[in-house]
Design a protein around this ligand. Structure first.
Ligand code: AMP
Ligand code: ZN
Length: 441
């Protein structure tokens, strides 16, 4: 039913799970040294979309997304902000969770933190060394790319091609310029861990090989991330995981490799140095979470997004039109229904623009089809709450709703009505649906 573009075969393939009773999906998560920007959000919303579709189809899906909480950028940022590594990564992890929540991205089922797996990473390196797939030199441990014959299978880069014509000098300690770091020494004042190769820290690629294998077991179904991660990150992950487990084929590590296209500003590159980086906390002052969500999903996940205010304003108009139409009719619980036209569009390599068009046509023709609406809401209305409300207000509203529910359980309808009145004075309207209370401002 679902077909998905596999970056390994470079074609759309029918998705056939390794085990339909338990589908397993890993996607690379954030390095928590900075607020996520709208480009990162595109990567996370693409993974969230795939996990939502999978969860709509299969009875059990585990979606893992790692948190990189140690690397050079983190060390530098911690110095600049005068925070410890733990304080810095906690701060940006919390902001990441808040930001993804604002645009209706569900938290992944498992979020392994790299620093919780250092012992396992050291063991993994020891295994690679004993298999002669890695070597140590002066406190550095490097992966020997020549020891994995399919190196380049994902990105199409060949080791020879890369060496050819390159004039940069190979770092003296490397056997081959493509050999990459598994472990490197830390200065005394830098974060690090004791290891058989001295005080140091792991290279970035290693954590995903180790944590995906521990959390999901290999092989698992899908591995995802942004296009930029194909090389070197995913190529190196494949090399490590295959070499460590005696595998030749990347599919025996993860069967489908899925990559999202890049988001850039319409006219220029988005970068800190140009001072034009767009953050969710700024957009949310003017737009609802669902407007931003629809803007991000109005392009199919593999295509580039030229981000602009016009795109966002168009998404706002479309989103408002659709939700007005939906709200005018009877309440429908969000639910993925595989037999709908909207689901059919999503089954075709997650064709979200088509799914949105289908819903727009229903609105145009005033056709309220419950199953289509349920499926649309499930995918596109991730955040039902108005996220321009501050956290304290949300807490206050939820507290009142809980008190009202308790009052109803206790049969105290006078109190329940009083609380409803109070909420209504706060401009909060509530709806009781299947034992749950939905609210809206
Ligand atoms: P990072 O925190 O830099 O490791 O990035 C987290 C995720 O965001 C990765 O999957 C990246 O590929 C992805 N990513 C970074 N920048 C963009 C962008 N401009 N557009 C789409 N995805 C991006
Ligand atoms: Zn990764």
């Amino acid at each position: 039913m679902l077909s998905i573009y596999n970056s390994l075969s470079k074609q759309k393939e029918e998705f056939i799970p390794l085990n339909p009773d338990h589908v397993k999906f890993y996607s690379c998560g954030p390095t928590v040294y900075n607020k996520i920007h709208i480009g990162n959000a595109r990567a996370f919303i693409s993974a969230d979309l795939l996990s939502k579709v999978l969860k709509g189809i299969y009875p059990k899906v585990t979606y893992v997304s790692n948190i990189t909480d140690i690397d050079d950028k983190i060390i530098k940022a911690a110095k600049e902000e005068n925070l410890t590594i733990k304080e810095l990564t906690k701060k940006y992890f919390d902001l990441y969770m808040q930001d993804i929540g604002l645009i209706g991205i569900n938290p992944p089922d498992i979020q392994p933190f790299a620093t919780n797996f250092i012992t396992e990473m050291i063991e993994y390196i020891e295994r690679l060394i004993s298999l002669e797939k890695a070597y140590e030199i002066d406190g550095n441990v490097l992966f020997r790319v020549n020891a994995f014959k399919n190196y380049g299978c994902l990105s199409g880069r060949k080791i020879d091609e890369q060496e050819h014509g390159k004039r940069v000098e190979i770092e003296s300690y490397k056997e081959n310029e493509n050999d990459f770091t598994l472990w490197k020494p830390s200065q005394k004042d830098e974060p690090g861990w004791d290891s058989p190769w001295g005080y140091g820290r792991p290279g970035w690629h290693l954590e995903c090989s180790v944590m995906s294998e521990i959390t999901l077991d290999i092989p698992f179904d899908i591995h995802g991330g942004g296009n930029d991660l194909k090389f070197p990150h995913h190529e190196n992950e494949i090399a490590q995981s295959c070499a460590c487990n005696g595998l030749d084929n990347a599919r025996d590590f993860a069967k489908y490799w899925v990559h999202n296209g890049f988001l850039n500003l319409e006219s220029e590159k988005m970068s800190k140095s140009l001072g034009n980086v767009i953050y969710i906390e700024d957009l949310i002052k003017e737009y609802k979470g669902n407007h931003i969500r629809l803007a991000l999903l109005s392009t199919q996940y593999r295509q580039p997004i030229p981000w602009s205010k016009t795109l966002l304003d168009q998404a706002k108009t479309i989103s408002n039109k659709i939700s007005d139409f939906i709200d005018k009719n009877e309440f429908v619980e969000p639910k993925f229904i595989a037999s709908t036209n909207i689901a059919a569009a999503l089954f075709d390599d997650l064709n979200t623009p088509k799914a949105i068009r289908i819903m727009q046509d229903f609105v145009q023709d005033s056709k309220f089809i419950k199953d289509e609406v349920a499926t649309f809401k499930y995918i596109f209305e991730g955040s039902t709450q108005d996220t321009t409300i501050d956290k304290n207000t949300i807490q206050e509203i939820e507290k009142l709703i809980n008190e009202r529910n308790q009052a109803r359980i206790d049969g105290d309808y006078v109190l329940a009505d009083k609380i409803r009145d109070k909420l209504s004075k706060m401009n909060v309207s509530i709806k009781d649906v299947d034992g749950k209370t939905e609210w809206k401002i």
